[in-house]
Design a protein around this ligand. Structure first.
Ligand SMILES: [Cu+2]
Length: 361
């Protein structure tokens, strides 16, 4: 059966359709075309380069290239495909990140294998070097004259530790954050004192012509131990683990009585308890197209607020709520939602422990 040839009317319609894109542009569709345009541009450039390489003649107009000679005792690694291999592995990993699921693991595997291949090649290179003559290494007693080398210092390590503690404190909040700030300030002040002492020595050197290092500081073991113990105790306290709640105080989990700091539980409200920076429930269910009430009881210390935000499963915020401080409770009024699956999450601590699934049906 012969394929029907397009009628003139069809051709005109198609042309008009294409023209319409530019006359009344659908910007979203056009923006989506950008990656395709870039890909075409890349393919064109690639084809152009390949053609240039394929057709380059044996005669160069420029003078012949001089092959560089490696100086004695210097090792130049030979040509290697490893960098390209590992780049492909990284590409596979990124593709896996986009595609998700099993492809992510394929990407990881490809990257690991390519890096192992590179490592093997490097080891071979190293073994090859071992068999050749050793480099005549010259070890100096000290820095060359006129060069000042700062002495070894524990401050950079403490600064890094303090920064890490600060970031952790920003996530957890409360007293951990305050302690982290104190630790960082302690480190930075110590560093500043060292820097001042070093500056004085430099000024002195202008007079004496001899620059001396400041004496190396002793590792502040005691202070570090005190900070470590404080971090652990305060962290445990903030998680509600320490000190252990005595049964007499009525602090048993799951107690139905409302805490003194909050309104009574309204009828039909879904109770959610936040304790140790985690929700006690991972799933909630409410009726579709009807307002609902979530009763958040924050059993964490007063310095640790929580809230419940409703998000779409893709992470878009749908309904937010004001935070509830530790020891208080709030009845959150939720607006009617369409049937479906949502995420409820603490926007202050968006971690797995403070995330759950809200089913609306
Ligand atoms: Cu929270």
């Amino acid at each position: 059966m012969p394929s029907p040839s397009p009628s003139p009317q069809t051709i005109v319609d198609t042309l008009l359709g294409v023209a319409a894109i530019f006359i009344t542009p659908d910007w979203r569709a056009l923006i989506l075309l950008i990656p395709i345009g870039l890909a075409l541009l890349f393919i064109a450039w690639f084809a152009f380069t390949v053609r240039k390489f394929a057709t380059v003649g044996p005669n160069r107009r420029a003078p012949a290239r001089v092959q560089p000679v490696t100086p004695a005792n210097v090792h130049m690694p030979g040509g290697s495909s490893a960098p390209i291999l590992v780049a492909s592995g990284a590409g596979a990993l990124f593709l896996g990140l986009v595609l998700g699921g099993v492809w992510l693991w394929v990407g990881v595997a490809v990257l690991v294998v390519t890096m192992l291949a590179w490592g093997r090649e490097a080891l071979r290179d190293y073994d090859h070097l071992e068999s050749t003559q050793r480099l005549p290494a010259v070890i100096h007693e000290g820095p060359p004259p006129g060069v000042h080398m700062p002495g070894p210092s524990i401050r950079p390590l403490l600064g890094a530790l303090g920064s890490a503690a600060l970031l952790g404190g920003l996530v957890v909040g409360g007293w951990v954050l305050i302690l982290a700030i104190v630790f960082l300030v302690y480190t930075l002040i110590g560093w500043l004192i060292d820097a001042t002492a070093e500056y004085r020595k430099t000024v002195e050197a202008d007079r004496t012509g001899h620059l001396e290092n400041i004496p190396a500081r002793r590792l502040p073991t005691r202070t570090l131990q005190v900070f470590a113990v404080l971090f652990v105790l305060i962290g445990l306290n903030q998680m509600g683990v320490f000190p252990p709640a005595s049964p007499a105080s009525g602090g048993t989990p799951g107690a139905s009585a409302a805490p003194s700091g909050g309104p009574p539980i309204p009828a039909g409200a879904l109770p959610v308890v936040a304790k140790g920076i985690a929700f006690d429930v991972k799933t909630l269910e409410v009726a579709a197209d009807k307002p609902f009430t979530l009763y958040l009881e924050n059993q964490d210390p007063a310095t640790t607020p929580h809230d419940i935000e409703i998000r779409s499963t893709s992470g878009t915020k749908i309904q937010g709520q004001p935070p509830t401080s530790g020891g208080k409770a709030t009845a959150y009024q939720g607006n009617a939602l369409k049937a479906g699956t949502y995420t409820f999450i603490c926007s202050i601590h968006p971690i797995a422990g403070m995330t759950g699934t809200l089913t609306v049906k």
